[in-house]
Design a protein around this ligand. Structure first.
Ligand SMILES: O=C(O)CCC(=O)C(=O)O
Ligand SMILES: [Mn+2]
Length: 209
Protein backbone atom coordinates (compact mmCIF):
# COMPACT_ATOMS: atom_id res chain seq x y z
CA UNK A 1 0.00 0.00 0.00
CA UNK A 2 1.48 3.34 -0.99
CA UNK A 3 1.05 6.31 1.28
CA UNK A 4 -0.88 9.31 -0.10
CA UNK A 5 2.33 11.25 -0.77
CA UNK A 6 3.81 8.62 -3.04
CA UNK A 7 3.02 7.45 -6.55
CA UNK A 8 4.37 4.62 -8.68
CA UNK A 9 5.53 4.49 -12.25
CA UNK A 10 7.63 1.65 -13.65
CA UNK A 11 10.26 3.99 -15.14
CA UNK A 12 10.56 6.59 -12.40
CA UNK A 13 9.97 4.22 -9.48
CA UNK A 14 7.86 5.02 -6.45
CA UNK A 15 8.13 8.76 -5.80
CA UNK A 16 8.37 9.51 -2.07
CA UNK A 17 7.71 13.18 -1.46
CA UNK A 18 8.88 14.46 1.92
CA UNK A 19 8.90 17.98 3.40
CA UNK A 20 11.88 19.63 1.66
CA UNK A 21 13.05 16.54 -0.20
CA UNK A 22 12.15 13.81 -2.66
CA UNK A 23 13.22 10.17 -3.12
CA UNK A 24 12.53 7.62 -5.82
CA UNK A 25 12.44 3.95 -4.94
CA UNK A 26 12.53 0.74 -6.99
CA UNK A 27 12.03 -2.19 -4.53
CA UNK A 28 13.04 -4.88 -7.07
CA UNK A 29 15.35 -2.99 -9.40
CA UNK A 30 17.54 -6.07 -9.96
CA UNK A 31 16.24 -9.62 -10.30
CA UNK A 32 16.86 -11.97 -7.34
CA UNK A 33 19.42 -13.90 -9.42
CA UNK A 34 21.30 -10.78 -10.49
CA UNK A 35 21.34 -9.38 -6.96
CA UNK A 36 22.71 -12.61 -5.53
CA UNK A 37 25.39 -12.96 -8.25
CA UNK A 38 26.54 -9.36 -7.70
CA UNK A 39 26.56 -9.80 -3.92
CA UNK A 40 28.91 -12.81 -4.16
CA UNK A 41 31.15 -11.22 -6.78
CA UNK A 42 31.52 -7.94 -4.89
CA UNK A 43 32.06 -9.69 -1.56
CA UNK A 44 35.08 -11.41 -3.13
CA UNK A 45 36.37 -8.63 -5.41
CA UNK A 46 36.08 -5.44 -3.34
CA UNK A 47 39.19 -4.30 -1.43
CA UNK A 48 37.47 -3.92 1.94
CA UNK A 49 39.09 -1.65 4.50
CA UNK A 50 38.52 -1.29 8.21
CA UNK A 51 38.65 2.42 8.97
CA UNK A 52 38.64 4.10 12.36
CA UNK A 53 36.75 7.11 13.64
CA UNK A 54 37.52 9.40 16.56
CA UNK A 55 34.53 9.77 18.85
CA UNK A 56 34.55 11.61 22.18
CA UNK A 57 38.35 11.48 22.28
CA UNK A 58 38.47 7.73 21.60
CA UNK A 59 39.51 5.91 18.44
CA UNK A 60 36.97 3.27 17.45
CA UNK A 61 36.71 0.91 14.48
CA UNK A 62 34.01 2.02 12.02
CA UNK A 63 31.10 -0.43 12.55
CA UNK A 64 31.29 -1.74 8.98
CA UNK A 65 33.90 -2.31 6.26
CA UNK A 66 34.04 0.04 3.30
CA UNK A 67 35.75 0.83 0.00
CA UNK A 68 35.78 3.83 -2.33
CA UNK A 69 35.90 3.42 -6.14
CA UNK A 70 35.67 6.09 -8.80
CA UNK A 71 37.19 8.25 -11.49
CA UNK A 72 40.73 9.36 -10.79
CA UNK A 73 40.75 12.54 -8.71
CA UNK A 74 37.38 11.82 -7.08
CA UNK A 75 38.76 12.00 -3.54
CA UNK A 76 36.32 12.04 -0.65
CA UNK A 77 36.67 12.83 3.03
CA UNK A 78 34.08 12.19 5.74
CA UNK A 79 34.30 11.80 9.53
CA UNK A 80 38.06 12.40 9.28
CA UNK A 81 38.52 9.45 6.89
CA UNK A 82 40.33 10.26 3.65
CA UNK A 83 39.28 8.07 0.72
CA UNK A 84 41.26 8.01 -2.54
CA UNK A 85 39.41 6.28 -5.37
CA UNK A 86 40.37 2.78 -6.44
CA UNK A 87 39.90 2.24 -10.20
CA UNK A 88 36.39 1.03 -11.10
CA UNK A 89 35.77 -2.72 -10.97
CA UNK A 90 33.90 -3.76 -14.16
CA UNK A 91 30.79 -4.75 -12.13
CA UNK A 92 30.75 -1.41 -10.33
CA UNK A 93 31.19 0.59 -13.52
CA UNK A 94 28.42 -1.36 -15.28
CA UNK A 95 26.09 -0.71 -12.32
CA UNK A 96 27.01 2.99 -12.30
CA UNK A 97 25.93 3.27 -15.96
CA UNK A 98 22.62 1.51 -15.29
CA UNK A 99 21.92 3.58 -12.17
CA UNK A 100 22.58 6.76 -14.19
CA UNK A 101 20.09 5.63 -16.82
CA UNK A 102 17.42 4.88 -14.18
CA UNK A 103 17.87 8.06 -12.16
CA UNK A 104 18.93 10.57 -14.83
CA UNK A 105 21.77 11.71 -12.53
CA UNK A 106 25.52 11.47 -13.22
CA UNK A 107 27.95 9.84 -10.81
CA UNK A 108 31.75 9.54 -10.71
CA UNK A 109 32.26 7.45 -7.58
CA UNK A 110 30.74 4.87 -5.28
CA UNK A 111 31.09 4.14 -1.57
CA UNK A 112 30.70 0.42 -0.95
CA UNK A 113 29.73 -0.67 2.57
CA UNK A 114 29.81 -4.14 4.05
CA UNK A 115 27.60 -4.70 7.11
CA UNK A 116 28.98 -8.01 8.38
CA UNK A 117 26.11 -8.69 10.81
CA UNK A 118 23.23 -6.93 12.56
CA UNK A 119 25.81 -5.35 14.87
CA UNK A 120 27.29 -3.34 12.00
CA UNK A 121 25.52 -0.05 11.39
CA UNK A 122 25.66 3.47 10.00
CA UNK A 123 24.59 6.26 12.40
CA UNK A 124 22.45 9.31 11.63
CA UNK A 125 24.15 11.48 9.01
CA UNK A 126 23.64 13.28 5.70
CA UNK A 127 25.93 12.89 2.71
CA UNK A 128 26.53 16.62 2.61
CA UNK A 129 30.31 17.01 2.50
CA UNK A 130 31.52 20.05 0.51
CA UNK A 131 33.08 17.93 -2.25
CA UNK A 132 29.58 16.60 -3.12
CA UNK A 133 28.32 20.10 -4.00
CA UNK A 134 25.35 22.15 -2.81
CA UNK A 135 22.52 19.63 -3.11
CA UNK A 136 24.06 16.15 -3.52
CA UNK A 137 22.15 13.43 -5.36
CA UNK A 138 22.87 9.92 -4.05
CA UNK A 139 21.69 6.57 -5.43
CA UNK A 140 21.76 3.58 -3.08
CA UNK A 141 21.74 -0.04 -4.25
CA UNK A 142 21.35 -2.86 -1.71
CA UNK A 143 22.52 -6.48 -1.90
CA UNK A 144 22.42 -9.34 0.62
CA UNK A 145 20.42 -9.19 3.85
CA UNK A 146 17.49 -6.79 4.19
CA UNK A 147 18.19 -3.88 6.55
CA UNK A 148 16.05 -1.11 7.98
CA UNK A 149 16.87 2.31 6.47
CA UNK A 150 15.51 5.33 8.32
CA UNK A 151 15.08 8.97 7.37
CA UNK A 152 14.56 11.87 9.76
CA UNK A 153 14.24 15.60 9.14
CA UNK A 154 17.37 17.51 10.20
CA UNK A 155 15.60 20.19 12.25
CA UNK A 156 11.85 19.48 12.53
CA UNK A 157 11.55 16.47 14.87
CA UNK A 158 7.73 16.69 14.73
CA UNK A 159 7.94 15.12 11.24
CA UNK A 160 7.72 11.33 11.68
CA UNK A 161 10.77 9.17 10.94
CA UNK A 162 10.30 7.25 7.68
CA UNK A 163 11.48 3.63 7.48
CA UNK A 164 12.17 1.58 4.38
CA UNK A 165 13.23 -2.08 4.46
CA UNK A 166 15.92 -2.14 1.80
CA UNK A 167 15.85 -5.58 0.22
CA UNK A 168 18.45 -7.15 -2.06
CA UNK A 169 18.17 -5.60 -5.50
CA UNK A 170 16.39 -2.43 -4.37
CA UNK A 171 17.45 1.01 -5.62
CA UNK A 172 16.77 4.17 -3.62
CA UNK A 173 17.49 7.54 -5.19
CA UNK A 174 17.85 10.35 -2.66
CA UNK A 175 17.04 13.34 -4.84
CA UNK A 176 16.65 17.09 -4.45
CA UNK A 177 16.79 18.37 -0.88
CA UNK A 178 17.42 15.01 0.79
CA UNK A 179 20.99 15.70 1.95
CA UNK A 180 20.21 19.33 2.78
CA UNK A 181 17.13 18.70 4.91
CA UNK A 182 17.19 15.03 5.96
CA UNK A 183 19.48 12.54 7.68
CA UNK A 184 19.52 8.78 7.23
CA UNK A 185 20.79 5.75 9.17
CA UNK A 186 21.05 1.96 9.22
CA UNK A 187 20.42 1.05 12.88
CA UNK A 188 21.88 -2.04 14.52
CA UNK A 189 19.54 -5.01 14.84
CA UNK A 190 19.46 -7.94 17.28
CA UNK A 191 18.16 -10.17 14.49
CA UNK A 192 20.58 -12.92 13.56
CA UNK A 193 21.21 -11.93 9.96
CA UNK A 194 24.02 -12.40 7.52
CA UNK A 195 25.87 -9.66 5.74
CA UNK A 196 24.68 -6.89 3.47
CA UNK A 197 26.47 -4.83 0.83
CA UNK A 198 25.30 -1.31 0.03
CA UNK A 199 26.56 0.86 -2.81
CA UNK A 200 25.99 4.62 -2.75
CA UNK A 201 26.78 6.27 -6.07
CA UNK A 202 27.89 9.88 -5.68
CA UNK A 203 29.29 12.79 -7.67
CA UNK A 204 32.41 14.43 -6.33
CA UNK A 205 32.84 17.93 -7.66
CA UNK A 206 36.37 19.12 -8.36
CA UNK A 207 36.72 21.87 -5.79
CA UNK A 208 39.82 23.24 -7.55
CA UNK A 209 37.95 24.02 -10.81
O1 LIG B 1 23.77 1.27 3.84
C1 LIG B 1 22.95 2.10 3.47
O2 LIG B 1 21.84 1.80 3.04
C2 LIG B 1 23.29 3.57 3.54
C3 LIG B 1 24.76 3.87 3.47
C4 LIG B 1 25.04 5.31 3.69
O3 LIG B 1 24.17 6.08 3.99
C5 LIG B 1 26.40 5.83 3.51
O4 LIG B 1 27.35 5.07 3.37
O5 LIG B 1 26.55 7.08 3.54
MN1 LIG C 1 24.75 8.18 3.68
Amino acid sequence: MLSPDSSRDVMSGEVITLPGGVCRYWPAWLTVEEASRLYQQLLDAVSWRQDEIRLFGRTLPLPRLQAWYGDSGASYRYSGIQLEPLPWLPDLYALKTRVEQATGAEFNSVLVNLYRSGQDSNGWHADDEPELGGDPLVASLSLGSTRRFQLRHKTDRSIPVRTLNLEAGSLLFMGDGMQQHWQHQIPKTQRNISSRINLTFRRVIDLCQ
